[in-house]
Design a protein around this ligand. Structure first.
Ligand code: CP
Length: 308
């Protein structure tokens, strides 16, 4: 089977069939990753450039690991040590890299739309590793893989996504993907960190500033990091105020379903959106998400890269 999409720019508009194919393929690669020898030859001879204009720990390392596990040749580009610092444009950068004969580009950038732009100036396959406030599709795919592992299904589960919704590409990709998969998604945060009404309406999932309402009946609670680097002015009084009103601590955890799953894309602001003892509790699957990130990225690269 082949994907209907040629690039992974976001989950908006991606079909249920494509998401299921990626998740099923990721489950197979998860099995490969449990073996002593974790390398398969499926992308041998393919060259993949990891073009990171923004900081990353989990996404960059797991893409590189996924590429190595698939026997591809990864090349790592960090804007901070490149000729971007001499004023080279994005178009010139990608066209010079493409002149060296590459097959795929994994890109992270602070500007929304950069992955789409790259599809217009290169023939390489483009995978979005996070673009501004827009989307972070592989994060949402690994989140759905983790939920499916825990519950054996996605359809009908209630997911509360709580925090800095306005600045969150993770919330946006999960809202698109989870809605497509028949999940019941609610977005929650302080009014100043919620998207404008028109924007919200286009996502097509409910939004509330009432935490109790969002948590009521939730099977999955996903906390988002307060993204201080994307805020130009203070949008809530203090970290303490945020923690008291929207943070999840043991007291709030005790009022949720016993088998509730606690998720976080990382990095965590411990003691702000999530108490340390909840992040480390048996309900938390935060490190499972990271483990699954390698399998999901192997699946995406394999399916888009024409692997055999
Ligand atoms: N979840 C995530 O994107 O983490 P990094 O910014 O460390 O890649």
């Amino acid at each position: 089977m082949a994907l209907q999409i040629q690039h992974l720019l976001g989950l908006e508009g991606v079909s249920r069939e494509d998401i299921n194919l990626i998740l099923d393929t990721a489950d197979n690669f998860y099995g490969v990753l449990q073996r002593d020898i974790k390398v398969v030859p499926t992308l041998r001879g393919k060259t993949i450039v990891n073009l990171f204009y923004e900081n990353s720990t989990r996404t960059r390392i797991s893409f590189e690991l996924a590429e190595k596990r698939l026997s591809a040749n990864p090349l790592n580009f960090a804007a901070s040590t490149s000729s971007v610092n001499k004023g080279e444009t994005l178009r010139d950068t990608i066209q010079n890299i493409e002149a060296m004969k590459i097959d795929m580009v994994v890109v992270r950038h602070s500007a929304a739309g950069v992955p789409y732009f790259l599809t217009k100036c290169t023939d390489a396959v483009i995978v979005n590793a996070g673009d501004g406030f827009h989307e972070h599709p592989t994060q949402a795919l690994l989140d759905m893989m983790t939920i499916r592992q825990k519950f054996g299904k996605l359809e009908g589960l209630k997911v509360a996504i709580i925090g800095d919704i306005f600045h969150s590409r993770v919330a946006r990709s999960n809202a698109w993907g989870m809605k497509t998969m028949g999940m019941d998604v609610v977005l929650c945060g302080p009014p100043t960190l919620l998207p404008q009404h028109a924007h919200t309406a286009s996502l097509g999932v409910p939004v509330t500033d009432n935490l109790d309402e969002a948590l009521d009946g939730a099977d999955v609670v996903m906390l988002l990091r307060i993204q201080l680097e994307r805020q130009s002015s203070a949008v809530f009084p203090s970290n303490r105020e945020y923690r008291d009103r929207y943070g999840v601590d043991l007291d709030r955890l005790s009022k949720l379903k016993e088998n509730v799953v606690i998720m976080h894309p990382g990095p965590i602001n411990r003691g702000v959106e999530l108490a340390s003892n909840v992040a480390d509790s048996k309900n938390a699957v935060i490190l499972d998400q990271v483990t699954n990130g390698v399998a999901v990225r192997m699946a995406v690269l394999y399916l888009l890269g024409g692997g055999e």
